[in-house]
Design a protein around this ligand. Structure first.
Ligand code: NAD
Length: 489
């Protein structure tokens, strides 16, 4: 695939107009593969955040979008999805260069999912059933009017896929939105906003501001009383700050945060399925995946056999230029993150862990300018070590042993996080028993990462607050209203 020229100037989109930061400030977006400059981006100010919230408020209060029928909105969102399909290659290349994810992942999984997010929620709203409760001469029913202005704050690890996981339901239910993408990956949000306008989305319904959290551009997105909902995906530390800011105006928050998910392999598992899936669960996307199976729990009776196969296969995974379709793992997102990941590997060693493979930055074979880190497998730790408890968010697998089903479940549930769990066994009684007692928002049995957008998505504990998907998104992005009428005579 040829690389497109992406060095460009990104702007905020506020009320249908492309704008620089109010004080003219900028920052750079660089390619994690070789450090080359991709774009100059407005470093949004609190003033920019306020302007975007005002534009969304105006579009919601005075524009046509909230009162259009769901079918009319669906037509426009389908047109946006069609445009995403048409620009799939270009969007995928932008995503790969901005984030370091492989072109295969961007082209065949994430950008198609962007279009699916849009079509799914457009159709879901247009075809949703509704409740009515006739009771003698009383008739009660439920209305689901849009909540109003939605702030959507997204991370860098699956930039446009996660941004549209928020934007699609927010808009489909009739809200106006302000999106703030992560500063590491602004490019696809910019391109998406452009194509959405061209596809007919009314001005002001989607606003995009770029920059950083805290007091800067993201401040008003979480603390302004004109915001009715905040949907956030990112780290648990940032999530707490957002919840605190939102509490002042009692603004509801949906927070999808970090994870340290257990992947449990029983002795009766089919290892031809479990080994490749366990590899993809931690090394796919470089382990920079909230759902990653980053605590691998293996039944002690097969530990040696499993580890031998797992490490042999992990060592074969290709790590290199993410634009090369044969690459399995690209670079980590940035130097700071590479330092964090490697810091955890050093910590694991101090905690008594042994490195089975990996454990040092890769700087050869054209990888000298990028943030490359190999598949790393650590054994010999216990579940109370920090490396086994904290989210590393990199290609680092912590392998722990267990003897019994009770043991496995206890270790899986002994975590501050509760996002997901994976289980490989041929004993389906056991699988269902464990799923019922697993403290996690999603449990996969003999598979992983399968997503049906009708299902609730979210986590327990430090992994999140609330659920999104299907009717769960409706509950969050609307303000349900009960209506009761007495029929006289
Ligand atoms: P992050 O928390 O650093 O940043 C996420 C977003 O929040 C960015 O847009 C950032 O600019 C913004 N932000 C930062 N401080 C803010 C503040 N005070 N107020 C408002 N906004 C602020 O997270 P990240 O490093 O971009 O992403 C990685 C994290 O995201 C990991 O912990 C990962 O597990 C999590 N994640 C969770 C899910 C999920 O669905 N549960 C999905 C993907 C990633």
């Amino acid at each position: 695939m040829t690389q497109t020229e992406t060095v460009s100037q990104v702007h905020h989109l506020i009320g249908g107009e492309w704008k620089p930061a109010s004080d003219g400030g900028t920052f750079e977006s660089r390619d994690p593969h070789d450090g080359s400059l991709l774009a100059v981006v407005p470093k949004g100010t609190a003033e920019d955040g306020l302007a975007a919230v005002a534009a969304a408020r105006n579009a919601f209060d005075n524009g046509p979008w909230p009162s259009m029928s769901p079918k009319e909105r669906a037509k426009i969102l389908h047109a946006v999805a069609d445009e995403v399909d048409k620009q799939r290659e270009e969007l995928a290349q932008l995503e790969t260069r901005d984030s370091g994810k492989t072109i295969n992942q961007a082209l065949h999984a994430e950008i198609p999912r962007v279009a699916h997010n849009l079509r799914f929620f457009a159709d879901y709203v247009a075809m949703a059933a509704n409740e009515a409760y006739p009771d003698g001469d009383l008739l009660s029913y439920v209305l689901y009017p849009p909540a109003g202005v939605v702030s959507a704050i997204s991370p860098w690890n699956a930039p446009l896929m996660l941004a549209t996981w928020k934007i699609a339901p927010a808009l489909a239910f009739g809200n106006a939105a302000v999106l703030k993408p992560a500063p590491q990956t602004p490019l696809t949000a910019h391109r998406f906003a452009k194509l959405a306008l061209e596809a007919g989305l009314p001005e002001g319904v989607l606003n995009v501001v770029h920059g950083f959290g805290g007091e800067a551009v993201a401040g008003p997105l979480t603390s302004d009383p004109r915001v009715d909902r905040i949907t956030f995906t990112g780290s648990s530390v940032t999530g707490v700050k957002i919840l605190q800011a939102a509490a002042v105006n009692h603004t509801p928050v949906s927070a999808e945060m970090g994870g340290k998910s257990a992947n449990i392999v029983f002795a009766d598992a089919d290892l031809d399925i479990a080994v490749p899936m366990a590899l993809r669960a931690i090394f796919g996307g470089n382990g920079q995946v909230c759902l990653a199976g980053s605590r691998l729990l293996v039944q002690n009776s097969i530990m040696n056999e499993f580890l031998a196969r797992f490490t042999e296969e992990a060592a074969k995974l290709t790590v290199g230029d993410p634009m090369d379709p044969s690459t399995f793992m690209g670079p980590l997102i940035e130097q700071r993150h590479l330092d964090k990941v490697h810091g955890y590997v050093e910590l694991a060693q101090r905690e008594g862990g042994e490195i089975a493979i990996g454990g040092a930055r890769l700087t050869d074979d054209g990888r000298e300018k990028g943030f490359y880190y190999p598949p790393t497998v650590i054994t010999g730790l216990t579940n109370d070590s920090r490396a086994a408890r904290e989210e590393i968010f990199g290609p680092v697998e912590t392998v722990l042993g267990f003897d019994t089903e009770q043991d496995a479940l206890r270790i899986a549930n002994d975590s501050p996080y509760g996002l997901a769990g994976m289980l490989f066994t041929q004993n389906l009684d056991r699988a269902h028993r464990m799923a019922a007692r697993w403290r996690a928002g999603t449990v996969w049995i003999n598979t992983f990462f399968e997503r049906d957008l009708r299902l609730p998505f979210g986590g327990e504990g430090a992994s999140g607050l609330g659920r999104e998907g299907g009717q769960y998104s409706r509950d969050f992005f609307t303000e349900p209203r009960a209506v009761t009428v007495r029929l006289h005579g």
